[in-house]
Design a protein around this ligand. Structure first.
Ligand code: FAD
Length: 408
């Protein structure tokens, strides 16, 4: 842990050392600017969100961590599969059948180790990373952010000045909450209950690392099934919050109730042993009506969060971190850290991420069936796989939705 006193002024202050914050910090520091990362926890720390999208590859390459990812024990993920209400499984979507390059292989990560790898990388590239350091408040002069008040690991309060403040505080969404910018999507007020299992069924061969998404019989809930290292599998259920979290039921009872309505998952868990307590999270989808201002910008979950069904959260965090870093470096070079400069990447990013949002809406639309859609439109397999890979930032990314609209 860094025991040097904090400087009083930095070019860039990053709130939070998750994937979004570490990415911004590494790239801005590498460009030669002074960066402080204030992270309230001490790493490694537990975090949900283990399944990655293949397009994370390019951000890893830019961050210089591909070698570490290849050498890690993280399980390789080359496919996803969906199991419907009847228990019937779709054909696996193999990313490398669509694009046979190394970038079609990604990983299922234990977030404690993964987030530490990224934060250590930011430090190695010159960022001053302080753990057990909480940002209490962002400081403003009129509309311009100019620093923050922190509580350091020894409990003392201290103000630091910064030309740019990046909110990467995840679902804490420090700035969006303080400025009243958060817009919750009323149709996607979900909750999740999950735990970890040893000895759950695993396919042999390369499909053994797949994320499997299983719907229950009523169609009201879905489960994630994510194979991790050391034979552990992360298994969680997602459903409308009010239907999932009924009063008087423990998380174990909730999970058992939902599992009883999903025989395909019961089969996979037969003989498995639970190795952890149950975790519960409220996971409302939201966005922010303003995502950059003079001297500040939002990235990752602090910018917005979309239902985790397609494992897009970490990719959005990494990609927004990369795009924001480029905007920050250019703005600092020109001495013009305005809302327009710091948020210059947002329009394209929002357009790309909106395709995943539309895919989420399609999954929850009771009139729509992916199985039927793929039978009627086999020519769309490539477009759909592209979206599942995370290839959402090119002009044709949303092509599939014209065909989907004609179905509904
Ligand atoms: C149930 C569920 C399942 C999910 N599954 C997946 C999945 O399979 N794949 C996937 O890609 N995504 C998944 N996600 C989403 C994923 O977890 C997030 O999108 C991702 O972690 C966002 O990264 P981030 O860096 O923006 O935020 P985080 O990873 O949350 O990091 C934010 C950091 O900020 C720190 N912080 C917060 N407040 C302060 C403060 N005041 N001062 C200092 N530090 C602070 C926190 O300690 C934290 O370390 C899931 C989410 C949920 C809820």
């Amino acid at each position: 842990m860094n025991v040097q006193p904090l400087a009083s002024e930095y070019d860039c202050l990053v709130i939070g050392g998750g994937p979004a914050g570490s990415t911004v910090a590494a790239l801005v520091a590498q460009a030669g600017y002074s960066v402080l990362v204030a992270e309230r926890e001490t790493f490694p720390r537990f975090h949900v969100g283990e399944s990655l999208m293949p397009e994370t590859y390019w951000v890893f390459k830019r961050l210089g961590v591909l070698e570490q990812m290849r050498d890690s024990l993280f399980v390789k993920k080359v496919s996803v599969q969906f199991v419907g209400r009847s228990g019937q499984a779709s054909q696996p979507f193999f990313f490398d059948e669509h694009d046979p390059r190394e970038c079609s292989t990604t990983w299922q990560v234990e977030r404690a180790a993964f987030d530490k790898l990224l934060l250590d990388n930011a430090a190695a590239r010159g960022a001053d990373c302080r753990e057990a350091t909480r940002v209490l408040e962002v400081l403003f002069d009129g509309n311009r952010a100019h620093g923050a008040q922190l509580q350091t690991s020894d409990g003392r309060r201290q103000s630091v000045q910064a030309k740019v403040v990046v909110d990467a505080s995840g679902q804490q969404a420090l700035l969006a909450n303080a400025l009243g910018l958060k817009r919750i999507h009323p149709q996607l007020k979900k909750a999740a209950v999950w735990s970890y299992y040893q000895g759950a069924m695993r396919e042999s061969g390369k499909h053994g690392g797949a994320t499997v998404i299983l719907q229950n019989r009523s169609g009201q809930a879905w489960f994630w099934y994510i194979p991790l290292s050391n034979g552990v599998t992360s298994v969680g259920v997602v459903r409308d919050r009010d239907a999932l979290l009924r009063s008087g039921e423990s998380p174990a009872e909730i999970f058992a109730r939902e599992l009883a309505d999903c025989p395909a998952l019961e089969q996979r868990l037969a003989g498995a042993t639970r190795t952890d307590d149950f975790h519960v999270a409220k996971e409302f989808s939201y966005d922010t009506r303003q995502s950059a201002g003079d001297g500040w910008v939002l990235v990752g979950d602090a910018w917005g969060f979309i239902d985790p069904i397609y494992s897009s959260g970490v990719y959005f965090a990494l990609k927004s971190g990369e795009l924001a870093a480029d905007a920050i470096v250019a703005a600092l070079a020109d001495g013009e850290t305005t809302a327009a400069r710091l948020g210059s990447w947002l329009e394209g990013f929002q357009q790309g991420t909106s395709w995943i949002r539309r895919l989420v809406d399609a999954y929850y639309d009771e009139q729509f069936s992916f199985g039927r859609f793929m039978r009627d439109h086999p020519e769309q397999l490539g477009s759909l796989t592209n979206l599942l890979i995370g290839r959402i930032f090119h002009p044709q990314a949303g092509e599939i939705f014209a065909a989907m609209d004609s179905e509904s």
